[in-house]
Design a protein around this ligand. Structure first.
Ligand SMILES: [Zn+2]
Length: 129
């Protein structure tokens, strides 16, 4: 599934980085130093450096492949998200899954609860405008 994978050294620390879904990936974050590199620039220029000392280790390592709901998926991305709502902080993790034939899906984990999402490109029929 990773036929489109592309590797290059991190512009921040030189560690090997891998672009999964090459051509459709805009940036890659380094798991070692936190630098974010431009995946579409041939020189893979440095876009930003990680500003926080807080690090999260994804429960599903990037590059992991598995079957979910009868389809093969590769975990190609992870982001940690948070929101403060009425003074209470909520955090969750979102995993980007890819299958070259099926496209992209999100697997979201919050407090041990997992949810599988498919992004819609248009609203459901009959939805209010
Ligand atoms: Zn790095």
């Amino acid at each position: 599934m990773s036929a489109a994978a592309q590797k290059f050294p991190c512009p921040g620390c030189g560690s090997p980085l891998e672009v999964r879904a090459a051509g459709r990936t805009q940036s890659v974050a380094c798991g070692y130093c936190g630098a974010v590199a431009d995946a579409q620039d041939p020189a893979h220029k440095l876009l930003s450096k990680y500003a926080s000392a807080v690090r999260y280790e994804p429960l599903i390592p990037l590059g992991t492949r598995g079957v979910l709901r009868g389809e093969k998926w590769e975990c190609i991305g992870y982001m940690r998200r948070a929101v403060r709502y009425y003074g209470v902080d909520y955090e969750w993790g979102e995993y980007l899954l890819h299958n070259p034939l099926k496209g992209f899906r999100w697997l979201v984990e919050a407090d041990g609860h997992w949810t599988f999402y498919e992004t819609l490109t248009e609203g459901p029929q009959g939805a209010p405008k």
